[in-house]
Design a protein around this ligand. Structure first.
Ligand SMILES: C[S@@+](CC[C@H](N)C(=O)[O-])C[C@H]1O[C@@H](n2cnc3c(N)ncnc32)[C@H](O)[C@@H]1O
Length: 417
């Protein structure tokens, strides 16, 4: 997961040393690790294993291209994704593309890519972050953002003058739940932004990028409330600033990728267990959900409501959700194994002979007990004739549960014949 999200703080480093994980003895992997937190286990081809390890260790904040534009839970670190891409060749597939970090890095490396995700917020963000724009398109985005911010400022001030919840001022539908999560003038500003942005995909992605920050929700991954108030017009100003930043990031991306039809990135809203793609890929780089760690769909509740996105069937199709593990751990573990077998099967078949698959995955931790991710992944890979080339495992501090948890990066290869 969250290489970015899993970055240990100084405080957590100290705590990690003071409290070695008590479930460590029950994890076979632990036998090969030393007791020191943060130490790595490497296996297989040494040079590949070192690259895998480095992909788990990268931490620095990265500004290049469109990275950092839109938060997404458990995003791979851009340098980690770039390192993994060096382990194979040809067009790239990421069946769990999330916010599109692998796809952006594929573009920067001059490689075409396909990303899939069932989450409509993920596909909105991944598409926006991989859009190759012209100067005219970026100018249009800046103009749209200026008009939207002007309208939103007026709407916010009108509301603040009249006070409270005034639905007669709204331009579009605002579901009831949103009034609980925003100051009333923020609702009016967001409503005006949404109205002016309309169906513009880049404008919608910018709007999406601020929806949690201007809400009363504590963070992207925590559904707690804060009481912090947001003064009128600051939402409009933030939107305008984000749009200008995004236009600059898109310019950086376009400059680095250059002109021409290739490389090309496509993003599909699709279940990774039922990949329909018939094209062959030289490489897969992906980070599937870790068992029982996040509820990717419910975390995007505010964005679904504002952007009129319907998760629909995706709620039932989400692999490894935390809610499933909380409901029935045994059933969820069995389902997770089945799902792993399904996505590995279709993904392996999309690899051309000699193609490689790099997977970053962590063990789950539910009710203080570990959920093994590596065993089922290995079983599924073997069943599809994938050979393990190398693996690295690092223990990482999980802020969410305040415990150490193993994270793995594994490289497989499809036999050449
Ligand atoms: C660890 S995140 C991927 C993060 C991504 N590597 C990034 O850098 O942003 C896992 C993703 O799997 C998606 N997902 C869960 N179940 C899925 C399924 N059945 N098919 C496709 N995607 C799924 C979630 O929506 C989430 O975006």
């Amino acid at each position: 997961m969250g290489l970015a999200a899993g970055v240990p703080s100084r405080r957590s480093d100290r705590r990690a040393r003071a409290n070695p994980p008590e479930w460590a003895e029950s994890t076979p992997l632990r036998q090969a690790l030393t007791a020191r937190a943060g130490e790595a286990l490497r296996e297989g081809e040494d040079s590949a294993a070192r690259v895998l390890e480095s992909s788990l260790r990268t931490r620095e904040r990265i500004e290049r291209a469109t990275h950092g534009f839109h938060a997404y839970p458990a995003g791979l670190h851009p340098d980690g994704a770039a390192a993994l891409l060096t382990l194979g060749e040809g067009p790239v597939l990421d069946p769990f593309c999330g916010g599109g970090t692998v796809l952006v890095e594929a573009l920067l490396a001059g490689r075409s890519a396909l990303g899939c995700d069932i989450n409509p917020v993920a596909t909105l963000v991944a598409r926006a972050r991989t859009t190759r724009t012209t100067e005219a398109e970026r100018t249009a985005l800046r103009g749209l953002a200026r008009r939207a911010a002007d309208a939103a400022r007026r709407a916010g001030l009108n509301n603040a003058d009249s006070g409270g919840r005034n639905t007669s001022m709204l331009r579009g539908p605002v579901p009831e739940l949103l009034w609980d999560w925003y100051d009333p003038w923020v609702v009016c500003e967001l409503d005006a932004l949404r109205d002016v942005v309309g169906n513009d995909p880049l404008g919608r992605a910018v709007l999406s990028s601020i929806l949690v920050k201007v809400s009363r929700r504590e963070s992207e991954t925590a559904n707690h409330r804060t009481t912090e108030a947001r003064p009128p017009t600051t939402t409009a100003t933030l939107f305008h600033k984000r749009a200008r930043e995004f236009a600059r990031q898109l310019e950086d991306l376009a400059g680095k990728v250059g002109e021409g039809a290739e490389p090309r990135v496509r993003v599909h809203r699709e279940d990774a267990r039922e990949l329909r793609e018939r094209e062959e890929f030289g490489m897969v780089v992906t980070s599937p959900p870790y068992p029982g760690v996040y509820d990717y769909l419910p975390l995007q509740q505010l964005r679904f409501a504002w952007l009129g996105l319907d998760p629909g069937q995706a709620l039932a199709d989400e692999v490894g959700s935390r809610r499933a593990f909380k409901t029935d751990r045994n059933e969820a573990t069995a389902a997770w194994k089945r799902d792993t077998a399904r996505w590995v099967k279709v993904t392996a078949r999309a690899l051309r002979p000699g193609g490689r698959m790099a997977v970053v995955i962590g063990d789950g931790l539910v009710g203080g007990r570990p959920v093994d991710s590596l065993g089922p992944l290995g079983e599924a890979a073997r069943a599809e004739g994938l050979v393990r080339v190398a693996r690295a495992t690092v223990e990482r501090w999980d802020e969410g549960v305040e415990r150490m948890r193993p994270e793995h990066a594994v490289l497989y290869e499809r036999a050449s014949t």
